[in-house]
Ligand binder design. Structure first.
Ligand code: AMP
Ligand code: MG
Length: 267
């Protein structure tokens, strides 16, 4: 069931009702890790073929609260994939130049080219999330963005890009534990930011903003997946299942050799 956590267009939901715990869907962690390993091998093979085919593109968007697991997911799921065929882009606070353009400008510039997998660590959705919660622009500016984003993603899918969007859904308790871990573990100190603690105070506002963004921007061409992400092993498994399933549907093919190779002798 690769699309177990996919939202349906037009169907209302509340994030509080959607699980953050993955254990209930797959109680055996060892079996999950074994399947994950096998799926990663499939992903590596499918990506090799997508790259060789050089026709289709896959865009994978990750959104989450701070410490939600975006970096960890990208590190674990794409380990061993040919880096030549994958580009990861992390979207930070926009620069002056980026702010001087429309909000999709910096996004559109880096969507995947033919044969490529593009991975977004945060995305254009920040422009209806952090921007909304902290009143960076007025509602009259951010509200029309849902429709603009839907049209932008339609353009992408109409022109040969499959779009997968994952929201890593963690509980506030899990976030607190991960923040604590970042404080306690010297090698993770660099990930800790006081700003993240400030943003945590707006948890409910963020959930409301996420809820509306996921609702408004779940379209038939680019639906959201809400991934129970408190257990990293379940998160990794279910995301990789969905990516492999999507790549199989894209069904990339190695290109035909140029002419008849059978008579060629290399001496
Ligand atoms: P990190 O992902 O921890 O490196 O943090 C990146 C920061 O950039 C987060 O606090 C995001 O909310 C912020 N950010 C990303 N995109 C935007 C945007 N369009 N407007 C304002 N802040 C943003
Ligand atoms: Mg951070």
């Amino acid at each position: 069931m690769p699309h177990k956590h996919q939202l349906e267009p037009g169907r209302p939901f509340t994030l509080a009702d959607l699980p953050t715990q993955g254990k209930q869907f797959f109680p055996d962690r060892d079996a999950a890790e074994a399947e994950f390993k096998a799926l990663r091998r499939e992903l590596i093979e499918l990506q090799t073929c997508l790259y060789a085919e050089n026709k289709q593109k896959l865009l994978i968007v990750f959104q989450a609260m701070d410490a939600g697991g975006k970096d960890g997911t990208i590190r674990r799921v794409f380990r061993g994939v040919n880096p030549q065929g994958v580009r990861v882009h992390s979207f930070k606070v926009p620069s002056k130049i980026e702010l001087a353009h429309d909000y999709l400008w910096r996004i559109h510039k880096v969507v995947p080219a033919k044969g490529m997998i593009g991975v977004f660590n945060r995305s254009h959705y920040e422009d209806v999330l952090v921007v909304r919660v902290h009143d960076i622009v007025p509602e009259s500016v951010w509200r029309p963005r849902y429709e603009q984003i839907n049209q932008f993603e339609k353009l992408l899918t109409d022109t040969g890009t499959a779009v997968l969007k994952f929201f890593l859904h963690i509980s506030p308790e899990e976030q607190l534990e991960r923040f604590q871990d970042r404080l306690d573990e010297p090698s993770k100190n660099w990930k800790f930011s006081l700003e993240d603690l400030e943003k945590r105070k707006f948890w409910d506002d963020y959930m409301a903003a996420y809820e509306e963004a996921l609702q408004q921007c779940t379209t038939p061409w680019a639906p959201w997946h809400v991934i129970p992400a408190d257990q990293k092993w379940y998160r990794n498994l279910t995301i990789t299942r969905t990516i492999v399933h999507t790549l199989k549907q894209m069904n990339p093919q190695y290109p035909e050799p140029e002419g008849d190779l059978s008579g060629i002798v290399i001496d």
